[in-house]
Design a protein around this ligand. Structure first.
Ligand SMILES: Cc1ncc(COP(=O)(O)O)c(C=O)c1O
Length: 380
């Protein structure tokens, strides 16, 4: 690794030099099936030809212009994202604000929640992971990254995950917003209980607090529906998304209800690079691929196939939905992860030592799924 690059993650034992569809290749030419998906980012696979073509074309036409100007590709991208979000049932998404990352999306969502409610306390959940900027960090449950900033972060009440009793005992009077991942990813793929989500919606609505779905991982078709909001049939005031939104080009977005959008005026939100023409072109190509190649349906079918190949193996439980899955391996998940890596298969870890995560491209192939199954079957 370069001595100039600040080490932020433990280095992998190989370099990644190329990606095609659901595979990446190291410098020696070894192929890995990518069930890690560049951490849930490479939604349409690596370097999908149509994404690459859209980026190249846009770069040649207009690489960048600020949001001060009207740029047609930005308008088209916003319309297409709203249409996509509401395409399997109205989730109430009416306006988009583009930014550059998941943390920035959550930062802006929490910030405007404080503005429109006039309150400054947030509610989040044990195990929730929402990013590293100051407000996002305030709601992230990861002491090792938030402790040094305890004096700077905003007040946050953290509820036990899926605990109705915890929700019942909460006073909402000064709560600006409740934020949650409908499927907690980093915590080890933990789905929210539908009843709890319904109750949360009722209580936030009654108290004037906003409900924010952090769909940075669950969004953009990964669960087999456009967003978790569509899958659960429950509307949030704001949905945040990022990761797979533009197939790897940095982009984040807030999808807001009409009443939220009506409470904001020009100047309340802004970003130099948010909604760059390049990212918008990549988003449009991503949405077209998801539709044309029926990737949401594919995600549902791939889930079924993955569950089937993992039967009668050391995987005791498969959690999650679509292509956001957690494999519970009570006996040394770390060793299995290493065995898979040696066998040319990348998976993710989680903060639960027993859970490995799968968050592959939405067009993961049958060949990759079979390879995963075979490698796990021969693991002793
Ligand atoms: C659910 C969730 N929210 C927010 C974030 C932060 O996104 P970013 O790293 O793009 O800032 C992440 C990143 O892993 C995430 O998984």
């Amino acid at each position: 690794m370069s001595g100039s690059l600040l080490p932020t993650y433990r280095p992998w034992p190989f370099q990644v030099v190329r990606g095609v569809a659901d595979c990446i290749f190291d410098a020696a030419g070894k192929r890995y099936f990518d069930f890690y998906g560049g951490h849930c980012v490479c939604s349409t696979g690596h370097s999908h030809a149509k994404v690459v073509a859209a980026i190249c074309q846009q770069a040649g036409e207009l690489l960048f212009y600020s949001c001060a100007a009207e740029v047609p590709v930005r308008d088209k991208a916003a319309d297409a994202l709203i249409d996509f979000a509401n395409s399997q049932g109205d989730v109430g998404a009416r306006s988009v604000f583009f930014c550059n990352s998941g943390s920035e999306a959550n930062e802006n969502a929490l910030k405007i929640a404080a503005k429109v409610t006039g309150r400054n306390r947030f509610v989040a959940f044990e195990g929730g992971w929402h990013g590293r900027t100051t407000l996002s960090l305030s709601v992230t449950d990861d002491a090792k990254i938030s402790d040094p900033y305890r004096a700077l972060v905003a007040p946050c009440t953290r509820l036990a995950w899926n605990s109705e009793a915890a929700l019942d005992s909460l006073a909402f009077d000064d709560v600006a917003a409740v934020i949650l991942e409908p499927v907690q990813s980093m915590a080890g793929i933990r789905e929210v209980d539908r009843g709890l989500l319904e109750k949360l919606r009722e209580r936030t609505r009654a108290s004037g607090a906003l409900l924010i779905f952090d769909e940075v991982q669950t969004g953009m078709g990964r669960l087999g529906a456009p967003f978790a909001a569509s899958k659960y049939g429950i509307m949030a005031d704001i949905i945040t998304t990022a990761k797979g939104i533009a197939s790897g080009v940095p982009m984040g977005a807030l999808l807001m209800s009409e009443s939220m959008a009506m409470q904001l005026k020009p100047g309340d939100l802004g970003s130099t690079f948010g909604g760059s023409p390049l990212a918008c072109a990549a988003l449009l190509a991503t949405l077209k691929i998801i539709n044309d190649e029926q990737l949401m349906q594919h995600a549902i079918e791939a889930e079924t196939k993955i569950r089937a190949v993992l039967r009668k193996t050391c995987v005791r439980e498969v959690r999650g939905a679509g292509l956001l899955l957690g494999l519970r391996v009570p006996d040394n998940a770390t060793r299995l992860k290493k065995h898979l890596e040696d066998s040319g298969i990348l998976v993710g870890s989680s903060s639960d030592a027993e859970i490995l995560r799968l968050m592959p491209p939405l067009n993961i192939s049958d060949e990759a799924i079979a390879a995963l199954g075979n490698a796990i079957h021969i693991y002793a």
